[in-house]
Design a binder for this molecule. Structure first.
Ligand SMILES: [Zn+2]
Ligand SMILES: [Zn+2]
Length: 297
C-alpha cells in the first residue's frame, strides 16, 4: 500500500451558502481515499472549483447530495455537461434523499431535448458520460466505494427532511461531515472521537437585521436550523474531536478572526480550521494544504 492509497483527503470546494460570494462558492466538498473520489453536494461553481482543485467532474466516482436545499444541488446539470466535455466515459452515480433526487431528475429531464441535440451535433466519442444512475440515499453505509467507507446518518434540518450528515472513513481515520443541521443527537454520536469534524456554522452575531432584506424573524428562523459558533464549539469539545473545521459559512463574508474568538469563547480549545475554498486536509499526516502552503494541524 502506498502512502497515497492510505490517505484520506478532504477538499473544500465551496465553503459558502446561498448568498453570492466571490470568495466562497456554493456548498461542495470532495473526499478521496484509496483511489475513490466522492463529491458531496454540487452547489454553485462546483465544476470550476473541481478544476481549480486539480480534479475534474469526469473523474468523480459518486455524487452524494445531502438535502434538497438549492445551494446544495443547483449546479447538477452543469456538472454533468462539463464533465462530459472533459471526456467522462461512464454514467454518473448520484445518491440523494428523495426530494433532492426528484429535483435533480427534474433538472435532467428539463434538458432532455438539449441533450439530444448536443449528442447528435457534437459527435463526441460516446454519450455514456451523460447518463445518470439515481439512487435514493438512506441511513447507513453506502456500498461500492472501494477503500472509502461512507455512512449516512440523519440530521435535523427540519422542515427540510430528510437531511443527512456523513461519516467518511478510511485506513487513515474518520472525518465527520455535519451537512446542514441544528444540533442533534445523531451528530453528537457520530462526532465522538473522530479525527476531524467538518461542521456548518451560522454566525448569528454577524447577521444583523437589514431592512428590506431580513427581519428579526428571518434571522431567528434560519438560525434555528443551523449551528451557531457557540453550539459548534460545545459539540466539538464534548465529543473529543481531534480537530474542528468550519464550512458553509453564513454570512460568507464573515470576519473569521471574530468567528475564531467565538469558537474559543464557546469552550473548544483544540485545532481549529476555518475552511476556505480549495483548502485540502489530509489524514493521517494531518496536513493542511492551501494557496501553496502546507502546515500541520
Ligand atoms: Zn445549505
Ligand atoms: Zn440547507
Amino acid at each position: 500500500m502506498t502512502p497515497a492509497d492510505n490517505a484520506l483527503a478532504f477538499t473544500f470546494l465551496g465553503t459558502g451558502a446561498p448568498p453570492v460570494s466571490l470568495r466562497r462558492a456554493g456548498p461542495a466538498h470532495l473526499v478521496e481515499a484509496g483511489g475513490t473520489s466522492v463529491l458531496i453536494d454540487c452547489g454553485s461553481g462546483v465544476s470550476q472549483r473541481l478544476v481549480a482543485a486539480g480534479h475534474a467532474g469526469a473523474r468523480i466516482d459518486a455524487l452524494i447530495v445531502t438535502h434538497e436545499h438549492s445551494d446544495h444541488l443547483v449546479d447538477f446539470y452543469q456538472l454533468v455537461v462539463s464533465s462530459w466535455h472533459q471526456g467522462r466515459d461512464r454514467p454518473w452515480r448520484v445518491l440523494a434523499p428523495a426530494p433532492a433526487l426528484a429535483n435533480m431528475r427534474g433538472q435532467y429531464e428539463a434538458f432532455a431535448r438539449e441533450r439530444t441535440l448536443r449528442i447528435a451535433f457534437e459527435k463526441r466519442p460516446d454519450a455514456t458520460g451523460l447518463e445518470v444512475v439515481f439512487e435514493e440515499l438512506h441511513e447507513g453505509p453506502i456500498a461500492g466505494l472501494g477503500g472509502l467507507e461512507i455512512e449516512a446518518f440523519l440530521v435535523d434540518h427540519h422542515p427540510v427532511e430528510p437531511a443527512f450528515g456523513l461519516a467518511l472513513t478510511a485506513h487513515a481515520g474518520r472525518i465527520v461531515f455535519s451537512g446542514d443541521t441544528r444540533l442533534t443527537p445523531s451528530l453528537e454520536q457520530a462526532a465522538q472521537g473522530c479525527e476531524l469534524l467538518v461542521c456548518e456554522v451560522f454566525i448569528d452575531s454577524q447577521m444583523p437585521v437589514v431592512a428590506g432584506v431580513r427581519s428579526a424573524e428571518t434571522v431567528a428562523s434560519v438560525k434555528s436550523y443551523h449551528m451557531t459558533p457557540a453550539v459548534v464549539a460545545g459539540l466539538a469539545s464534548r465529543s473529543g474531536v481531534k480537530a474542528l473545521a468550519l464550512t458553509h459559512l453564513v454570512p460568507p463574508g464573515a470576519d473569521t478572526a471574530a468567528l475564531t474568538g467565538e469558537i474559543r469563547a464557546g469552550g473548544y480549545a483544540g485545532p481549529l480550521i476555518i475552511g476556505e475554498d480549495l483548502m485540502r486536509l489530509e489524514l493521517p499526516g494531518r496536513l493542511l494544504r492551501w494557496n501553496g502552503a502546507t502546515i500541520g494541524f
